[in-house]
Write a protein of this length. Structure first.
Length: 219
């Protein structure tokens, strides 16, 4: 559920309601300005809470989730957000031109998975490897790489560790890409199905045109 859209909808529902309650209370029931203001604020708050509850229920129904499932998913998404922030901080504090593209790819894929799960929470279940394994690994390795890369003096052992970490990060980047692919695999299958249907329809149309043209020619 997009927080910004939710805020806008609630704002445009609660504020007019509060203003209406204020006017009705002040002029309709001849209440004092102070009391009318209290009624307006209370009424606006009630409308805001009710609107938020209705929007959340619709969101859960749309994505076929129970409240318990959504709380579980949201908890993990919130934790993942902190990890991705750590990843972002580590990646862009590494001064190593060799790994620029790799670092950008890692962050891009991680953010895309997080964005998809946040927009469509049910997709979270198709990205559990990312949330419970791969993300932790890539964060830890990146922080380790950053720590080693900023050492003022490097020896052979550090160079070997940096090299091995780069290789492992390359493998993890591929794992993250596979996580993303699996997350959208149903969409790809659906798209391929639609393409096959469209191709079949086009073929039938072309075949019917050929038959019609042949019939006209014979006449």
């Amino acid at each position: 559920m997009n927080p910004f859209i939710s805020f806008i909808v609630r704002l445009f529902t609660a504020v007019p309601s509060a203003f209406t309650i204020f006017l009705v209370s002040l002029f309709g029931f001849d209440q004092t300005f102070l009391l009318s203001s209290v009624f307006a604020i209370t009424g606006g708050a009630v409308v805001d809470r009710a609107t938020a509850a209705i929007m959340k229920n619709r969101f859960l129904k749309q994505h076929q989730l129970s409240r318990k499932e959504y709380r579980y998913i949201k908890k993990n998404l919130d934790e993942a957000k902190l990890k991705i922030n750590r990843l972002n901080k580590s990646l862009f504090s590494i001064r190593d031109l060799q790994t620029v593209k790799q670092r950008i790819d890692v962050l891009r894929v991680a953010r895309k998975i997080q964005s998809l799960a946040k927009t469509e929470p049910r997709r979270f279940y198709k990205a559990e490897k990312f949330y419970f394994s791969h993300l932790d690994s890539v964060v830890e390795l990146t922080e380790k790489y950053r720590f080693l890369s900023v050492q003022p003096k490097k020896n052979h052992e550090i160079d070997v560790s940096l090299y091995e970490t780069r290789q492992t990060l390359t493998e993890l980047t591929k794992a993250l890409e596979e996580d993303l692919y699996y997350m959208i695999s149903d969409d790809i299958d659906h798209l391929n199905f639609e393409i096959d249907v469209a191709k079949h329809s086009i073929k039938k149309l072309n075949d019917s045109k050929i038959i019609e043209d042949e019939s006209r020619r014979l006449k």
